[in-house]
Design a binder for this molecule. Structure first.
Ligand code: NOJ
Length: 547
């Protein structure tokens, strides 16, 4: 298997508006990130992925971009960005940007032109259709609104928006649009950035003819949100091929496609060797289990991806991001076993096949925030879900209970640096409330505690750099049917690592698959357990063995 830096990478996601504020306006910024680069270097991560930092009206927190080649003033200046890039590189790390080109902001100059008249040169940059039978051109629902179509009075037609109405979808069938995208990608790559995380990139190809969804309505207003229909459409790879030919092949960069509803089969079209149109993708099969989550399902999904992609294409691992609740609250135990379970999840993240993505604060075991009122939420998605739940007859308390499980705002509360006011994030008023547990859970407290989640992550990441089997080793699972433990090996030549994880708050016994007695390399308790043919793991215990 070809060895590359992005397979060996540990990627750290920075949601910059919540990372570190430097000027007291309550919003994280680029100088704030620069002031924390030493922390990131010490953590050992090798690539930083920056959520959108471009000028934006912020309807969807920066995923509605009005200028692709600028920096939003609230985050800093282009000089600040250049300094961030240079300082990141100087510390031996790389920087990856968010590429959001399924849609623009409705404030983008292209869209402002496009909506002016039907014969405007930019008209065809977006997807416009006349009314059908006096209403929307089809029954599509959007992520953040009931219908995916918005009527525009100026020209009497509808435009498509799979997200907010302020996020009109670009028309990728228009070669001029594609040329604009190649140009803006080159703008950042020529500055020296090391790749892109590509936002909802498998939605850029729309199904031919924009047919109605056959699905029953998914919202109170009668529209059908149908991501299977919007995603992975035939012809998508032609766009990727052109992108590769026109841009990517000239640079040593990585790409990771955010690809909803992707199966291993679709993924292989995108990441399969030798063509390798993208370096890797994010799949959402685990995250989408939601209330149906069980460990056997999790393990089966991991096994399927490992089996189908092994030797054929690379993959990624993430347990959370800025769109998901905190992983220790979802998969671990954010009460009694918070520290152990956060470390266990980190162990799994760094030892399953694929490049690991650490989301800011995950390395501290940051947990979900106890929001008590809809006014404390910021996210457009939370507000939409809340209004739909109320429309469906739920009480405010019931609607809040749903949001409290899944809201994206759990991930977006400010980074918890220390126990001072606002967790050391800002000297002003934070744009989103700080999780009140910051007085206990923060980086400063964990820095001096050798058993902290933070110090464990440092050891884990260091181990990944020392042990190629953690990156390139073949994955074999044991005790596969069990929901209480996760046992697997990663084998590369003579090197065999055994990972034993107890996924519960009760002791669990496992039979060791190794010949002879394995030697512990890393354990999330201060002392590693004794192992013979069997092993009793303590609650949420995680051990990596040399086997
Ligand atoms: C996926 C991003 O991760 C999410 O935050 C955003 O709302 C949508 N794409 C739309 O860009």
């Amino acid at each position: 298997m070809e060895r590359t830096w992005w397979k060996e990478a540990v990627i750290y996601q920075i949601y910059l508006r919540s990372f570190q504020d430097s000027n007291g306006d309550g919003v994280g910024d680029i100088p704030g990130i620069i002031s924390r680069l030493d922390y990131l270097q010490k953590l050992g991560v090798t690539v930083l992925w920056l959520n959108p930092c471009y000028p934006s009206p912020d309807v969807d927190n920066g995923y509605d971009i009005s200028d692709y080649c600028g920096i939003a003033p609230r985050f800093g200046t282009m000089e600040d960005f250049d300094r961030l890039l240079a300082e990141t590189h100087r510390r031996g790390m790389k920087l990856v940007m968010d590429l959001v080109v399924n849609h623009t902001s409705s404030e983008h100059p292209w869209f402002k032109e496009s909506r002016k008249s039907k014969d405007n040169p930019y008209r065809d940059y977006y997807i416009w259709r006349p009314a059908k039978d006096g209403r929307e051109p089809n029954n599509w629902g959007s992520h953040f609104t009931p219908s995916a179509w918005e009527y525009d009075e100026t020209t009497g037609e509808y435009y498509l928006h799979l997200f907010a109405k302020e996020q009109p979808d670009l028309n990728w069938e228009n070669p001029a649009v594609r040329r604009e995208v190649w140009k803006l990608m080159r703008f950042w790559l020529d500055k020296g950035v090391d790749g892109f995380r590509m936002d909802v990139i498998n939605l850029i190809k729309k199904p031919a003819g924009l047919p109605d969804s056959p699905k029953a309505p998914t919202c109170a207003e009668g529209y059908s949100f149908d991501c299977e229909l919007y995603a992975n459409n035939p012809g998508l790879c032609d766009f990727f091929r052109e992108m590769d030919r026109e841009v990517l092949r000239d640079y040593d960069v990585m790409t990771v496609g955010e690809t909803a509803r992707v199966t291993p089969e679709f993924a292989l079209d995108y990441v399969g060797e030798p063509e390798r149109l993208l370096s890797m993708v994010f799949h959402f099969q685990i995250v989408e289990l939601r209330d149906g989550f069980t460990w056997p399902k999790f393990k089966a999904i991991q096994r399927m991806w490992a089996d189908k992609l092994w030797g054929r294409g690379w993959s990624s691992q993430f347990l959370q991001n800025h769109d998901q609740p905190r992983c220790v609250s979802v998969y671990g135990d954010d009460g009694a076993y918070r520290t152990q379970s956060a470390k266990l999840l980190g162990t799994m993240l760094h030892t399953l096949p694929g490049t690991p993505y650490v989301y800011q604060g995950e390395e501290l075991g940051m947990a979900n925030t106890p929001f008590t009122d809809i006014s404390q939420y910021n996210d457009i998605n939370a507000k939409f879900d809340y209004s739909e739940l109320i429309a469906a007859g739920k009480t405010p308390q019931q609607a809040l209970a749903v949001l409290n499980r899944y809201s994206r705002d759990h991930a977006r509360t400010p980074m918890q640096w220390d126990a001072s006011e606002n967790a050391g994030f800002t000297s002003g008023t934070p744009w989103l409330m700080v999780n009140p547990d910051y007085v206990r859970v923060n980086a400063a407290a964990q820095e001096s505690d050798p058993d902290s989640v933070l110090n464990y992550y440092r050891r884990l990441i260091a181990l990944r750099k020392e042990r190629p089997a953690m990156v390139y080793g073949e994955f074999t699972e044991y005790e596969a049917g069990r929901g209480d433990v996760y046992v697997y090996t990663r084998t590369l030549g003579d090197e065999r690592l055994l990972v034993t994880l107890n996924l519960t708050g009760e002791p669990a016994e496992v039979r060791l698959p190794a010949e002879g007695v394995p030697a512990p390399l890393l354990c999330n308790y201060p002392d590693a357990p004794a192992a013979d043919k069997t092993l009793t793991l303590r609650p949420w215990e995680a051990v990596i063995w040399n086997a």
